[in-house]
Design a binder for this molecule. Sequence first.
Ligand SMILES: NC(=O)c1ccc[n+]([C@@H]2O[C@H](COP(=O)([O-])OP(=O)(O)OC[C@H]3O[C@@H](n4cnc5c(N)ncnc54)[C@H](O)[C@@H]3O)[C@@H](O)[C@H]2O)c1
Length: 336
Amino acid sequence: MKILVTGGAGFIGANFVSYTLRNHPEDRVTVLDKLTYAGRAESMARFKRDPRFRFVKGDICDHDIVDHLVRGSDAVVHFAAETHVDRSVTNASEFVRTNMLGTQNLLDACIRNGNTRFHHVSTDEVYGSLGPMGLFSETSPYDPRSPYSASKAGSDHLVRAAFHTNGLPVTLSNCSNNYGPYQFPEKVVPLFITNLIEGKKVPLYGDGANVRDWIYVEDHCEGVDRALRDGRPGETYLFGGRAERSNAELTNILLFEMGMSSDMIQRVKDRPGHDLRYGIDFSKAEKEFGWYPKTPFLHGIRRTIAWYRQNTAWWKPLKQEDWFSSGVYSEQEKNT
Ligand SMILES: NC(=O)c1ccc[n+]([C@@H]2O[C@H](COP(=O)([O-])OP(=O)(O)OC[C@H]3O[C@@H](n4cnc5c(N)ncnc54)[C@H](O)[C@@H]3O)[C@@H](O)[C@H]2O)c1
């Protein structure tokens, strides 16, 4: 299969390319990525010599590039997005442009090309926030609460509209919080790990009671691969890690695993509109194609810490980015 992977220079996209090249020797992968601050050519360096891999720098909103690349593909797996909730609070327009208009541009090209298979990668955040009980499922009502999750919700609806209106063979997956190698160090797990390696404190939002369900990125990649090959057109599949942890618990686990004390925690003002809890019922994917998250949380966390310890050359330059010295991140620090 010839697969066009959008956002393949990002965290999950790069891990997905690696997964595909390892597990499907007959496949060919083209990555289309704009290389925003979150897209790293270095994350794709290991595929460079593989003749089955090709990288094209470009924007998913660009009609001509997208049209050309979709014409040469059997399937599109769509990861490209603006993804950081905090950045969406201060610059929502870019999220609407890439996440909604970019997705529609890809769908239009797939329709023009005679209905190319399309898998859309989305987030559990489209369902809003849970109380202390219950889980999200594929039938949960949409209730996005940040510009990021609203733009992802919009893209999900556009993908389903292309299925119902144009008969485009689509599948969707909505996944919980990922962690693992090659994640940009603005997100909580790599931010905390890299801060601790650098001897810096970790900024914990509010009372740390917000709960996320953590999934190791490799498990998510396997789920996307299974949905692409075995999912039923028009269907949505939820993926989760069966590892709900509050932010305070996550922080204490990282501190313990890295041999540090709670003195390294710096309490910061909470994120505006911070969702309380996400939790996932992934039984549909389990029933339909036998998927479940295989990596135990502690095992995944230890692998992730080891990767960031061994790959300082990958992440150190990224922490020079303006985000770490201005904008929301520093505002939060000032407000403590
Ligand atoms: N990280 C998570 O925990 C998580 C959880 C569930 C779903 N998702 C979804 O998975 C996908 C990938 O997330 P990630 O964490 O790898 O994101 P990321 O921010 O690490 O990577 C996004 C990639 O998209 C590229 N990109 C952005 N705008 C583009 C554009 N206009 N044209 C082409 N490329 C563009 C960036 O350069 C980058 O390489 C996203 O759609 C996200 O919503 C992420």
